[in-house]
Design a protein. Structure first.
Length: 150
């Protein structure tokens, strides 16, 4: 692990995304609460928070940090793309005040939320896929602010 003991305590935030592609019928079942395992987006939201908290247990070189906030939100796109798939974009924002950033926590939160959507809906749509798991922005620390272009 990188030694962060000499770094100052600063407010840090990071936002990441993941996009889940699924059949229109699957999105409709999610919206109508017709998935047998329960409220998909509520469970995915809790799973994303739990994933962010467990990041140092999953990624070997991540420091355990005190997260001060984790926010998971969803944007549904009901219009099918050219391949006939709808999507759910997951946005995960993690915050802390500390000597190291929260980019990995935000990306883990988005990824775990996406995996949870898959797990809850796989009985009706095994063809779901994920795309664009990426860091959208980060602030704080020595390197300052980063915002993904496009």
């Amino acid at each position: 692990m990188v030694d962060v003991s000499a770094k100052g305590m600063t407010e840090r935030a990071a936002t990441a995304q993941a996009i889940v592609f699924l059949q229109p019928e699957t999105l409709e079942k999610i919206q109508r609460g017709k998935i047998a395992k329960g409220d998909v987006l509520s469970v995915a939201q809790v799973a994303g928070v739990m994933g962010a908290k467990k990041t140092p247990d999953l990624i070997p070189m991540c420091h355990p940090i005190l997260l001060t906030s984790i926010d998971i939100s969803f944007k549904e796109e009901p219009q099918p793309d050219r391949e006939g798939r709808c999507s759910i974009t997951i946005l995960a924002t993690a915050k802390t005040t500390g000597p190291t950033g929260v980019e990995m926590e935000a990306m883990t939160a988005a990824s775990v939320a996406a995996l949870t959507i898959y797990d809850m809906c796989k009985a009706v749509d095994r063809g779901m896929s994920f795309s664009d798991v990426c860091l959208l922005s980060k602030s704080g620390g020595k390197s300052g602010t980063y915002t993904r272009e496009g």
